[in-house]
Structure formats: C-alpha cells, structure tokens
Design a protein around this ligand. Structure first.
Ligand code: G7M
Length: 308
C-alpha cells in the first residue's frame, strides 16, 4: 500500500460513507463501542472510526416529548423470567447518532496505529532516548500539519476555547478530535503550546515551568467557564510517548475513562510540574517507561538493540 504522508488530498464536501469501499476491520473495541475500519475512498486508503456516543442527562430529562429517548422508543423482547425482562430498544435516529472520524488519505502509520496488536512495555533511560528513541521518532513520527493549521488559525478556528499567543508561555485550547464537542459526560479538550521546539515531556526543564503553570491555571479556568466542570473534576495530563511530537496537554472529565489515561502512558500535569520543581532537569535524567505496539518502528528499534 502506498504511503500518503505527502498527499494533501481532501474529501469533497459532498462526501458520504457510500463513497467508502470497505476493505477490512482493523480493530473492534467492544468495551468502548468503537470500531476501526480500513477501506478506500476515490482509490486512496481511508480509515473510518465509528463510535457509539454516551448518553446525556438531557436525553431523559428533556421537557419536549420529541427530545427524550424514552418517549419515542419501541421495545423488542429478547427474554423474560420472573421479574426480569431483556429487550432491544429502538430509539429515534436523531437521538442515536454515531461519531464518525475519517482519516483520509490514511498512511501506513495510521493503519498500523489502529490495527489490533500486542503491546509491550519499554524502559527508556536518558541514553536510550538519545541513541534510539530520538533518531527513530525524527524519522518515523506522525506529521504535525494539523497542529500548525490550528496554531496558524487555518483550521478549527471557531472551536478555540481560549488562546494565549505568547511565543514562550502561550497555547491554544480546543476540543480534542476524540470528543464530539457536545456530550458533557465525555468532555475532552487539548491545549497545544505555541512553542514548536518542545517535542514531549522529555524536553521539559525548569525554564518551562511558567508555560506549564500558565496552561494549568488558564485552561482549568476556561473549562470551568465554558463547560461548568470544576478543576478538581478534571484530569490534566501528557502522553509519553505521544503520537504527535509537539507538546500538548490533555484535559478530560474525571468520570470519563478516556483512551490513554493509564499509568503506562499518562503523566499528570501536576506531577510533571512538581518533579521539575524538585529536580530542575528531572526529565533529562529520568528513566521513563512506556508502551509500544508490536508494529511500531520504535519497538523494532528497541528489539534490534536488545539483539546486538
Ligand atoms: O497521543 P498524543 O498525546 O499525541 O495525543 C494527540 C491528541 O491529539 C489525541 O488526543 C488526538 O485525538 C488529538 N488530535 C489528533 N488530531 C489529528 C487532531 C485534530 O486534527 N484536531 C484536534 N482538535 N485534535 C486532534
């Protein structure tokens, strides 16, 4: 399959999933109710990610009859026994939307990322970061054009929640691609920093504390303002390794188990700030563990070191 990293083909405005020719299932996550499907659109590879959306309280409490799930449903019985009954429930299609994310043209890296595969944990010393991780990510990392489109106000402009254009401590906060932007129960916004020279937490030093403190205080205030979520109900963290090597902070609603929140990948913003306050070059000296997928080039790179 061709790699489409340099092709900037866009889907036409009139695009519908009828234009998507199914090829194969990449993975199916029954817990998250998300499916990743590979196909082709206009002869180029495309990935469609379909996700069932969480319920909202308004779908039940709406005063307008039409807006409540229960008022417009029909039941199809599966079984009953004593006081127990199981049914399929059909609801108005407007109240039962799927979130559909489309990646087009999809690259080999995207296909690999969403393919079901084994994962392994690696321990990265500072030396291994310099000799193995850094050269590998410089060659293999995902393109960050979508990040620069945001920072240069070319895309997602109307989605920006708050921005601070300072080159040193500035950032833009906006809904993450993983969020539909309306379901409060799964609130997920991301702060992308203005400075283009910080790839990940590995690069963070004492001089970046004002940047981290600025992001923390302004983003938590903006989230409270816009979504009504208190700062003690927000999970603020980095990924290590991230998919995109331009520093950004994930913020989501604590009750929502967003993908990538586990200790093998997530580093709390507060902990990162504290570590740097205690040891100014903590992230230069620390051994950091993280997970890789079997098909990741980074896994190959570490495997070849182990075999030497
Ligand atoms: O794993 P990492 O820390 O690199 O996470 C990157 C985050 O950026 C993920 O949560 C993605 O869902 C999010 N993201 C990726 N893309 C391509 C976009 C995009 O085009 N727009 C927005 N708003 N978020 C994105």
């Amino acid at each position: 399959m061709v790699d489409n990293e340099d092709k900037r083909t866009q889907l036409p405005q009139s695009f519908s999933l009828d234009d998507f020719v199914y090829e194969r299932l990449l993975s199916n996550n029954a817990n998250r109710k998300v499916i990743f499907v590979l196909g082709r659109c206009f002869n180029l590879p495309a990935i469609v990610i379909l996700e069932k959306i969480a319920f909202t309280e308004e779908q039940f409490s709406g005063t307008d009859d039409k807006s409540t799930i229960l008022k417009n449903s029909s039941l199809e019985k599966i079984m009953e026994n004593d006081i127990y009954q199981n049914n399929f429930c059909r609801v108005d299609s407007d109240l039962n939307k799927l979130k559909a994310t489309i990646i087009y043209p999809a690259t080999e890296k995207h296909i690999s990322k969403y393919t079901e595969q084994k994962i392994y944990v690696l321990k990265e010393t500072p030396e291994l970061y310099k000799s193995v991780t850094l050269p590998c990510l410089e060659k293999e990392q995902f393109n960050c054009d979508w990040v620069y489109n945001i920072l240069e106000h070319r895309q997602e402009v109307d989605r920006i929640v708050i921005e601070d254009l300072s080159p040193d401590v500035g950032f833009m906060l906006l809904p993450d691609l993983k969020w539909d932007g309306v379901t409060d129960e799964t609130m997920y916004v991301t702060a992308i920093i203005m400075n283009r020279s910080i790839k990940s937490i590995r690069d963070l030093r004492e001089s970046h504390l004002p940047l981290l403190e600025n992001i923390k205080s302004k983003c938590l205030a903006a989230i409270k303002d816009k979504y009504g979520v208190n700062s003690n109900e927000v999970r603020a963290y980095f990924h290590y390794q991230p998919s995109y090597y331009h520093l950004h902070v994930h913020f989501n609603y604590l009750k929502y188990d967003a993908p990538g929140i586990f200790c093998d990948k997530a580093h709390l913003l507060d902990t990162v700030i504290d570590n740097i306050k205690m040891v100014p070059n903590y992230y230069e000296k620390a051994t950091l563990s993280f997970t890789v997928r079997e098909n990741d080039k980074l896994y190959d790179a570490y495997k070849s070191i182990a075999e030497e």
